[in-house]
Design a protein around this ligand. Structure first.
Ligand code: GRF
Length: 189
């Protein structure tokens, strides 16, 4: 059996990254090679270490450079890169080499509420402000255009007239926890 080697990129709390780590913990088909974070004090750094996962901290300058991520991922023989709340732009050099091998999760039903500056609560605030009747998550491949890569799967939830920022965040969080690891599994195998 050939084991698929995964890199997880995360910049924040890392609930998605941790959920993925836990989901594949006893799966011999998958090896999480490392979690990469551009923030040394992001909560994901400690939580990944506690689970015995290698953590790589990098600077924003390194992320933006053409060779840093490329060399890192080649060095660890990475097959797939999962962006789980990673807030930096992925350089073209990496996107070209990992064509349909970089998977991102976005907390809206793309193409709605995507693009630069649209992340986290900014997405949900916009959804709330527009009185949307539904929102959801999009899991997609990453290509050169921000939030415009080929869509792999979308999951939606209904919104009532009484939603708050927190209630929308909670609904999105539940969708992410339920679906992201399963979709990754489907793509990989
Ligand atoms: C998630 O909502 C994800 O969709 C978005 O950023 C958030 C990250 O949350 N890309 P976490 O760090 O995984 O808890």
């Amino acid at each position: 059996m050939i084991q698929k080697k995964i890199a997880l990129f995360a910049s924040g709390r890392g609930s998605n990254a941790l959920n993925i780590i836990d989901y594949f913990e006893n799966d011999p088909r998958i090896k999480i090679q490392f979690v990469l974070s551009n923030k040394f004090d992001a909560p994901i750094v400690e939580s990944a270490k506690k689970r015995g996962i290698r953590v790589v901290i990098c600077s924003n300058k390194e992320v933006a450079s053409d060779s840093y991520l490329l060399d890192l991922c080649e060095g660890y023989q990475i097959d797939y890169i999962i962006l789980a709340g990673f807030l930096r732009k992925i350089p073209l050099s990496l996107i070209r080499l990992f064509d349909e091998k970089i998977i991102n999760i976005h907390p809206s039903l793309l193409p709605k509420y995507g693009g630069q500056g649209m992340y986290g609560k900014f997405v949900h605030e916009a959804v709330l402000g527009n009185n949307e009747k539904e929102t959801g998550i999009t899991i997609h491949f990453v290509d050169a255009d921000y939030d415009k890569g080929k869509i792999i799967a979308q999951f939606s939830c209904k919104l009532s007239d009484f939603e708050t920022l927190e209630s929308i965040q909670q609904k999105i969080h539940e969708l992410e926890m339920e679906h992201f690891p399963r979709v990754i599994e489907k793509v990989l195998f």
